[in-house]
Each structure stands twice: as structure tokens, then as C-alpha cells.
Design a protein around this ligand. Structure first.
Ligand SMILES: Nc1ncnc2c1ncn2[C@@H]1O[C@H](COP(=O)(O)OP(=O)(O)OP(=O)(O)O)[C@@H](O)[C@H]1O
Ligand SMILES: [Mg+2]
Length: 232
């Protein structure tokens, strides 16, 4: 089982959304995914509930609530023994002992950031913190930024400059754009199952291409991460 951790000092950076998008892609490809919800707000348990109600949940994914170190260890042990292909760890915004544990019990750390000064500054300090922590543990694993919520239209000059500045750091090649299909993920459920429902519905079919675009982006991001893990 390979683990991927999403972390950021800033709340609302886009961690949970990226986790849901990647989980959807892995499940669509037949992988078994342990979702480790290391956030006391339990966004992934909420996701499972909403998706189950909407008929867009797959039992290939299993959510573990792990909002303290003990439950994190328990989740980890159980997930390892049940031979999941991947564990995706979603953390709470900020720094904590639990977040540090999530950063060192993993094979890759992904740090989402939107194109705002506030987000980028927080992403940079998360990056530095992660590298220092891994060095202390004598670990060498990929740590990469993920540019999240990029406006679909033309970028402003300052957004272009921000994008260029972030390109100096290791980052996922794929960018996640600001899309309704991503914003709605938490309520609608897994992307590919939502898509299957929409194309089967003559009224909703009109938005199928939007969901398809989001699925392609999620697939491309998943591919970047699997490459970083040496699994592609
Ligand atoms: N690519 C995207 N397109 C559109 N909306 C997005 C995108 N990514 C995130 N969002 C929205 O931004 C908000 C914050 O995203 P999210 O909950 O994923 O962040 P987070 O880092 O998990 O936050 P927290 O630190 O509170 O856990 C949510 O309302 C989400 O729907
Ligand atoms: Mg979150």
C-alpha cells in the first residue's frame, strides 16, 4: 500500500477536493483506496455519506476517521492489513503533531495552493516545514505543490507572475482549475459515478462535458502522482 498525504498550513487550500478527485480516479481504475480522514471536521466521512445517499459511492474506497494520533495509528494498521492499493491522507489546515505524523508516514506529500499571495506564502512555509521534518527523519520522498483553483478564464498579470514563481518549486505538472464539478464533489460523490448518472439523464446530460473535463484533469493529476511514486 502506498500512502499520499495532502497538507497545507492554510485552511481551504483545496486538500479535500484534490483527495476526492484522486480517489475517484483511482477507484474508476479499479484500485482499492483507504481514505484517512485526519481532520476532526471529518470531510471525507461526510463525502461518503452524501455519495452513498446519491448512489455515487463505491465500496472500493473505505473511510477511516483518524483525528488523533492513536486513531491514525489504528487506521494505518487496519488499512495495511486489508491490502488497499493506496491510502490517501487528508489533513486539517495548520500544523500539529498529527499533521507531522501524516507527513512522515507517507510516500509523497502534496501541498495545494491557490494563486493568491496568502495561499502561496502558506504553501511555501508548509513546503519548508515538510522538507525540514523529512530531513530530521532522514527520509527522501517526493514533496510537491499542487496549483489549485486556477481561474478558467484569462489570468491577470499578477496571477501569471505567481504561477511562474511557483514553477520554481517542485510541483505537480497538472493544474486543477476552478470548476463547478470540483466544487460540487463533496455533495455529488465520486466523479466517474456522477458522470455515469448524468449521461443517463436526458435533462442533466447538458453538464456531462463539464464533469468529463474535471475527470480528465483528475486523471492527469493522479498520473503525475503515480509517476512520482514510481507506480505509473
Ligand atoms: N478546483 C476547484 N474548483 C472549484 N472549487 C474548489 C476547487 N478546489 C477547492 N474548491 C472549493 O474551495 C473550498 C475549499 O476547498 P477544500 O475544502 O478542498 O480545502 P481544504 O484545504 O480541504 O480546506 P480545510 O483546510 O478546511 O480542510 C471548498 O468550498 C471547495 O469546494
Ligand atoms: Mg479539508
Amino acid at each position: 500500500m502506498k500512502q499520499i498525504t495532502f497538507a497545507s498550513f492554510k485552511g481551504g487550500a483545496g486538500k479535500t477536493t484534490a483527495v476526492m478527485a484522486i480517489c475517484s480516479t483511482l477507484v474508476a481504475n479499479g484500485k482499492r483506496v483507504a481514505l484517512i480522514d485526519a481532520d476532526e471536521n471529518a470531510p471525507l466521512s461526510d463525502w461518503r455519506e452524501a455519495a452513498t445517499a446519491a448512489g455515487t459511492w463505491s465500496d472500493l474506497a473505505h473511510v477511516y476517521e483518524a483525528d488523533d494520533l492513536r486513531s491514525f495509528e489504528g487506521a494505518f494498521e487496519d488499512a495495511s492489513s486489508r491490502s488497499f492499493d493506496y491510502a490517501i491522507i487528508d489533513t486539517r489546515g495548520g500544523g500539529s503533531e498529527l499533521n507531522n505524523a501524516c507527513m512522515i508516514n507517507t510516500h509523497a506529500v502534496i501541498i495545494p495552493s491557490a494563486l493568491t499571495t496568502l495561499d502561496m506564502t502558506a504553501a511555501l512555509s508548509t513546503f519548508e516545514h515538510t522538507i525540514e521534518l523529512l530531513q530530521t527523519m532522514d527520509m527522501d520522498i517526493p514533496v510537491a505543490l499542487l496549483i489549485q483553483r486556477v481561474p478558467v478564464g484569462k489570468l491577470t498579470v499578477s496571477q501569471k507572475q505567481d504561477l511562474a514563481a511557483l514553477a520554481e518549486l517542485p510541483r505537480c505538472e497538472t493544474i486543477l482549475y476552478s470548476r463547478d464539478a470540483f466544487a460540487a464533489l463533496g455533495k455529488r460523490g465520486m466523479l466517474h459515478l456522477t458522470y455515469a448518472q448524468i449521461v443517463a439523464d436526458s435533462v442533466k446530460r447538458i453538464s456531462a462535458s463539464h464533469v468529463a473535463t474535471a475527470m480528465k484533469e483528475a486523471q492527469s493529476l493522479t498520473q503525475d502522482i503515480l509517476e512520482a511514486l514510481g507506480d505509473a
